[in-house]
Design a protein around this ligand. Structure first.
Ligand code: HEM
Length: 498
């Protein structure tokens, strides 16, 4: 699919809202501003998203915050966010956390500025890697990685042990994108500690988030040792990726996966290829973007399933009905798990694991008929609050209810109220990949285990640009003994827990 190039001619780097919002004074901000520093009283640096959610509740659908002389505008009202989704007047803005990832991901797809030619080139070359046919090709590999997870959970179940849900989901999603995209095996399930690639990745994401919480000119001084660690992390990521590419070149090509596309495919119109430096950035981008958010989405969904046994029972009944006796569900059988998919959507509603995206004006315009903006002025869409706006989701928006996503309920809501994958030309390229993988894995886990929650656990959300349930542990119990020979992904006998 070829997208029209976005050319806004925007300048790079951070632009404070004073420059782009002529009537900024009309936008509310937190009380008790500190001169020079801004809205920093009581700020918790490790949970900026949840802090912004608290401000959002007090200040309304459009508000602003100031930190160290930088002022920025947040938008979460459904009406205003829908206006920002108008691609003819707005485009992606590479700002805040995303811009902080430029040293590691450069002009890779996620972090590219709209005007950089490598965005369109890479988009056109890589989009076919996310077609329906490509997905069907990834399905068997997704199944085989899921089998490693269930082997691991079977051992925990047999020993009556609880499992570390975010840790295991991260292993699963990293192995899945590494295997399907790059023919690589990180051996995550054979390790007792996270793979060094994951440690380096978490390091760079956390550092990128921290950069937003210190005054920009002082960052090199205040974060001196963190910055040195960050450089070492980036070097590790680069080294891992260079090895992976070297190994692929040495064998002269793989089976047509994403890496083959990056190395060999030329643009259908221009005949251009991705440069070696850009390939490195794309591989890092896909390894990171392709697993961190899906892992969080699966973890939140498992938390809610364990907390709501009636919802889990309904989802499990669907899996038993749709998959029947199939030892290994076929590609087409995954999309037929409609209720499981609603559970996933509802989890992504309450905790969209990429919790914000930014939009900038392409021209002089007025946001939702209320706030004038100059070209290049931008706002951050605070997705967890957009997904809780009572105007779109009703007065009980905090309640977990997958039926909000049945077809009729979806039709009755205004457009652009559910945006976990961003919007427009720069929306998530891996959306179908993530949804297929996550629905498949939830189906497999529901059919194999009862999930026992720790009654003392209270959901705590940790932030490192992405969101994740902190310290979530569940005790899986096998529903039935293994029956069929020759496969480990077998259908248990419903209702016969052991
Ligand atoms: C539940 C899982 C996922 C969520 C919630 C998610 C969310 C998002 C969001 C919100 C954006 C837009 C960011 C912006 O506007 O600044 C995005 C872009 C992107 N995502 Fe995802 N994503 C997920 C899974 C994946 C997967 C599995 C892949 C790859 C296999 C992927 C690759 C990308 C890439 C490359 C972009 C940049 C696209 C572009 O600008 O052209 N994501 N994602």
């Amino acid at each position: 699919m070829t997208q029209a190039p976005i050319r806004t001619g925007e300048p790079k780097g951070f632009r404070s809202a004073e420059l782009g919002w002529p009537e900024l004074d009309r936008i509310p901000h937190p009380p008790r501003r500190v001169p020079l520093l801004g809205d920093v009283l009581g700020v918790n640096r490790s949970t900026p998203v949840q802090e912004s959610m608290r401000y959002a509740r007090r200040l309304g659908p459009v508000f602003r915050r100031k930190a160290f002389g930088k002022e920025f505008v947040f938008v979460w009202g459904a009406r205003q966010a829908a206006d920002l989704a108008d691609e003819s007047r707005f485009a992606k803005h590479v700002g805040l956390g995303v811009a902080n990832l430029r040293p590691v991901a450069g002009d890779g797809l996620f972090t590219a500025y709209n005007h950089e030619p490598n965005w369109q080139l890479a988009h056109d070359v890589l989009a076919p890697g996310f077609s329906r046919d490509a997905m069907a090709g990834y399905h068997p590999m997704m199944l085989s990685v899921a089998q490693r997870l269930t082997e691991h959970w079977d051992r925990a179940a047999a020993a009556g042990r609880a499992v570390d849900v975010p840790g295991d989901m991260t292993k699963l999603t990293l192995e899945t994108i590494a295997r399907t995209g790059f023919g690589h095996d990180f051996g995550s399930f054979e390790r007792s500690r996270p793979h060094p690639f994951v440690t380096a990745m978490v390091g760079t994401l956390t550092y990128a988030q921290r950069l937003n919480t210190v005054p920009f000119p002082l960052a090199p001084l205040l974060l001196r040792s963190a910055s040195r660690r960050n450089e070492a992390d980036i070097a590790h990521l680069n080294h891992t990726v260079d090895e992976l590419v070297r190994a692929r070149r040495a064998i002269g090509g793989g089976d047509g996966d994403l890496l083959d596309r990056m190395l060999e495919t030329t643009h259908p119109d221009t005949g251009e290829r991705l440069s070696p430096q850009n390939v490195r950035r794309q591989v890092i981008t896909f390894l990171v973007a392709g697993h961190e958010t899906t892992s969080g989405a699966l973890s939140f969904a498992l938390h809610y399933l364990a907390r709501h046994p009636e919802i889990a029972a309904r989802a499990r009944a669907e899996v038993d009905r749709v998959w029947g006796d199939t030892a290994e569900p076929a590609y087409e059988q995954v999309a037929r798990l409609r209720y499981v998919r609603r559970v996933l959507d509802e989890s992504l509603r309450l905790w969209p694991t990429a919790p914000a995206f930014s939009r900038q004006a392409r021209q002089d315009t007025v946001l939702a008929g209320e706030h004038p903006m100059r070209p290049g002025a931008w706002a951050l869409v605070l997705t967890p609050m957009l997904h809780r706006d009572p105007d779109a989701w009703g007065p009980d928006a905090e309640r977990f209810d997958p039926d909000r996503f049945d077809a009729q309920a979806v039709r009755s809501r205004p457009a652009h109220t559910f945006k976990p994958f961003g919007t427009g030309a720069r929306a998530c390229i891996g959306r179908q990949f993530a949804l297929h993988e996550a629905t498949l894995v939830l189906g497999l886990l529901l059919r194999r285990y009862e999930l026992r929650a720790d009654p003392a656990y209270r959901l705590r959300v940790t932030e490192r640009l992405t969101l994740m349930p902190e310290g979530l542990r569940l005790r899986p119990e096998r529903r039935a003994p293994v029956r069929e020979p020759g496969s480990d992904l077998r259908r248990p006998v419903p209702g016969t827990g052991d």
